[in-house]
Write a protein that binds this ligand. Sequence first.
Ligand code: NAD
Length: 395
Amino acid sequence: MIVQPKIRGFICTTAHPEGCAAHVKEQIAYAKSQPPLVNAPKKVLVIGSSTGYGLSSRIVPAFSGGAATMGVFFEKPGAEGKTGSTGWYNSVAFEEAARAEGLYARSFNGDAFSKEIKAEVIEAISADLGQVDFVVYSLASPRRTDPDTGETYKSCLKPIGQSYTAKNLNTDKKVVEPVTLEPASLEDIVHTVKVMGGEDWELWLNALAEAGVLAPGARTVAYSYIGPSLTWPIYRDGTIGRAKSHLEDSAARLNEKFGAGSAYVSVNKAVVTQASSAIPVVPLYISLLFKDMKQRGLHEGCIEQIQRLFQDHFCSTEGPQVDEGGRIRIDDWEMRKEVQSAVGQVWDRVTTENLDELGDFAGYQAEFLKLFGFGLTGVDYSLDTEPVRDMPSMA
Ligand code: NAD
């Protein structure tokens, strides 16, 4: 079938198999172009490994450090006449590339919040790797079913305490318009913390340790975002911010249990992913940020960020450098004073009419399409492509 992008709001409902593979290959080429990681983890489990930060977190230890990787994700395989989800094709491409280089790679498609997937992964680690020495937790999910109670929680992106009106970019219509977000209820806050907080991260680590498949001295990292004050009402001070505070508390609990220096929260920069496209205000901020950071030669995507995370922190001789809250800050370039002051100034002036002049909407859109495998050089989109692609480790 011929596969073209079908965009519905902030999601694209199609994905191009060869395009996704080309996107993964680009990231692999970047990881391989960097100095090889020394003292790199050798057996890595990535939870949420198919797209965005999680995919890069699987690529870097594998292709820059030679690690065996296991990946967990929730994706849709293609069917006859119907494309699968982008994370499925990304993971097929990752596994094929890893195997071609003799690197162990095995993937699990299912609900990471469930007891079943945890048990399946633990059994596989025990059988194939013995133990894992590094665990990346990079889930972004709209809902979670509590494995003990069966109750389903839904996360939301709302301000807390009062409504919030801000500039927003309608990425479909390329229009800058105000958006008003109503404040969260107590239930919204509780639900968002249940889904995006650290409870499931702790459950994973505890389950791995209890089963004896966590190597002594193993480390784990989960991802957070802080960003500038202009996004705080919807991010840091909103429902998602409460969940991220909970994630930091989880890191503290994990460090208490497994020893200081075993669990980290890394604060990453704002990038275009399926998760960030859904956050009001953020796509406009990203469009302005990209323009400024590109001009300064500071632009980074997921792969450059995660390469730095491993190179400068987890694989450096001094170990991870942390801020006063114990967090790794690879958002340091985004948060530089000169960058934030420039973005803050254009934020006040940006309108539909001057968006292309003040921001990098074209760059935002190109990154968005790339997430689904569109706009990659060397891919002929006029050709028929086969939507059914087997995952090598599941064949
Ligand atoms: P993403 O949407 O690209 O990736 C989410 C991953 O989670 C995918 O692999 C998906 O398959 C998996 N997933 C979702 N629900 C699942 C389930 N029930 N079971 C198994 N897998 C499931 O998201 P992202 O933007 O890379 O976000 C990853 C983390 O990074 C999040 O914690 C996010 O808050 C954080 N972060 C993102 C940004 C950003 O700008 N995108 C910035 C800083 C931090």
